[in-house]
Design a protein around this ligand. Structure first.
Ligand SMILES: [Zn+2]
Length: 404
C-alpha cells in the first residue's frame, strides 16, 4: 500500500532534490541570493513539503482530494505531487510498492505560461473586434486596415510560438525567448493570468491523480474497479461512448483519466458543480490539451498498439462533450455570459493554433486571417445565441432536475 512518507522520500531521492520548498531550490540553483535573504519571504521559503514540494500544489492536492467521494480519499491522501526542474514537458504518475507520485515538470509550467499569454492576446483581439470596430463604416479600406492591425496583435505571437517550438523540441527546454511570448496585455490582470496558468496545471495534476485512482499504475487497488464503473456510468449518461473512437486499451485509459479529472475539477462527484468551477475546468482542460498537443505534435495520431495516448482531436472531443453536458444546467449570467459561449471562444483559439501548425505542414493550406476569423466569429456568436435560447426555453418548459 502507498505511504505518503515513502512517496515524498523517494521522489526527492530519485530526482536528486532537497526536501524543501521547490522554489527555494530554484532560487538557490539560479543564485538569487537577494530573494533568499528577503525577510518577508522567509516563512514561505522555509515551508516544509508534505503532500507536495510546492505550497500551491499542496493546496491543489487538498482540494482535489475534497472533490472525490470520502471512500476514495484514503488513497488520494497518500500520493505525493512534486515539481521537478528537469525532464520532458509534461506530468506523469509513477508508482512502485509504497510509492505513489505525481510529477509535474517545469517545462510544462513554462509552456502553460506561454500559452496563457497567447490566449490573453487572442482574447483581447476578439474583444476588440467585437467592441471597437465599427462595421457600419462605409469606408471598407479603413475597416480592413483596422482589422489587419488588430489581427497582428493576436496572430503574431502564435506565429512566433510556432517558430520557437522547433528550438524547444530540439533542446528539450521550453523557454519564451521572444518578448511577445512573455508579456501579458495590459487589459488582463496578473491575478487572472496566474489563475489561468494554475487551472492548466490543475488539469495536468488531476489527470495523473485520476490514473492513480483508476488503477492504471502497477499496484493492485481494489476500489479502482468500482471507480472505473462510476466514471463510465457518468460518461454514458453524458452520451460519451469510448467504443465509437476506435482506440486501443491504453488510449481509452487516457480518455478515462481526462474525464475523471474533469469530474473532479468541476465538483461533479460531490455534487458541488458551480459556474466558476465549470469555467475553470474548461480553461484548464482545453488549454492543457492544446499545450501538450502543440509541444508533442500529437494533433492527429494513430490507434496502433504502440501509441499510448489518443490524439488531441479525440481528447478534445471527449473533454468538450463532458463539459458541455455539465454546462447545460447552468443559468445564463447577469451579462448574458454562459460557459457554452466561453467554450466557443476557447475552441476558436485552439483552431487558430492548429491552423497555423497545419499551414506550416501542408502545402497550399492558406492560414486563417483576421477576415476569416471575423466572419467565423459572427456566425459562431449567432449559433451560440440560438443554443442559449434553446436552453432557456428548455429550462422554462421542463422542471429542473438535480442530483442525477
Ligand atoms: Zn495520462
Amino acid at each position: 500500500m502507498i505511504s505518503l512518507e515513502q512517496s515524498r522520500k523517494s521522489f526527492h531521492e530519485v530526482r536528486g532534490l532537497p526536501v524543501q520548498n521547490f522554489w527555494k531550490t530554484v532560487f538557490q540553483t539560479q543564485g538569487h541570493d537577494d530573494i533568499l535573504r528577503t525577510p518577508r519571504f522567509q516563512e514561505w521559503l522555509n515551508w516544509t513539503p508534505n503532500r507536495s514540494n510546492c505550497p500551491e500544489l499542496e493546496l491543489l492536492m487538498e482540494n482535489l482530494t475534497d472533490s472525490i467521494p470520502e471512500e476514495w480519499r484514503a488513497r488520494g491522501r497518500r500520493i505525493f505531487a512534486g515539481r521537478n526542474l528537469q525532464g520532458q514537458a509534461n506530468a506523469e504518475a509513477w508508482q512502485s510498492g509504497e510509492v505513489g507520485v505525481i510529477e509535474l515538470n517545469y517545462g510544462f509550467t513554462s509552456a502553460s505560461m506561454i500559452y496563457m499569454v497567447l490566449y490573453s492576446k487572442y482574447f483581447e483581439m476578439i474583444h476588440t473586434l467585437g467592441t471597437e470596430v465599427d462595421f457600419s463604416d462605409d469606408d471598407e479600406e479603413i475597416i480592413l486596415m483596422v482589422l489587419e492591425e488588430i489581427g497582428k496583435e493576436g496572430f503574431e505571437p502564435i506565429l512566433i510560438a510556432e517558430e520557437e517550438r522547433r528550438a524547444w523540441t530540439a533542446n528539450g527546454m521550453i523557454f519564451p525567448a521572444h518578448r511577445l511570448l512573455r508579456e501579458i496585455p495590459s487589459s488582463r490582470s496578473e491575478d487572472s493570468y496566474h489563475e489561468g496558468v494554475r487551472a492548466i496545471e490543475e488539469f495536468a495534476i488531476a489527470h495523473e491523480y485520476a490514473h492513480h485512482l483508476l488503477g492504471h499504475t502497477d499496484d493492485e487497488y481494489p476500489r479502482s474497479r468500482y471507480i472505473n464503473g462510476r466514471v463510465d456510468a457518468e460518461l454514458t449518461r453524458m452520451g460519451v461512448n469510448f467504443s465509437s473512437y476506435d482506440l486501443n486499451e491504453a488510449q481509452v485509459d487516457e480518455l478515462r483519466a481526462d474525464s475523471l479529472a474533469l469530474l473532479m475539477m468541476t465538483g461533479r462527484l460531490t455534487a458541488q458543480v458551480c459556474a466558476s468551477s465549470i469555467y475553470r475546468s474548461m480553461a484548464g482542460a482545453i488549454m492543457g490539451l492544446t499545450v501538450l498537443a502543440h509541444i508533442n505534435e500529437s494533433w492527429v495520431v494513430s490507434n496502433e498498439a504502440g501509441e499510448t495516448h489518443p490524439d488531441f482531436l479525440t481528447r478534445y472531443d471527449v473533454a468538450t462533450t463532458v463539459i458541455r453536458e455539465m454546462s447545460k444546467s447552468m443559468p445564463i449570467g447577469p451579462e448574458g455570459g454562459h460557459p457554452i459561449g466561453f467554450l466557443a471562444q476557447l475552441s476558436g483559439f485552439v483552431s487558430l493554433i492548429l491552423d497555423r501548425w497545419l499551414s506550416s505542414r501542408i502545402e497550399g493550406h492558406s492560414p486563417a486571417n483576421v477576415l476569416s476569423l471575423t466572419s467565423w466569429l459572427f456566425e459562431r456568436s449567432a449559433e451560440i445565441q440560438e443554443e442559449l435560447d434553446k436552453l432557456k426555453t428548455g429550462a422554462a418548459s421542463k422542471p429542473v432536475q438535480r442530483g442525477s
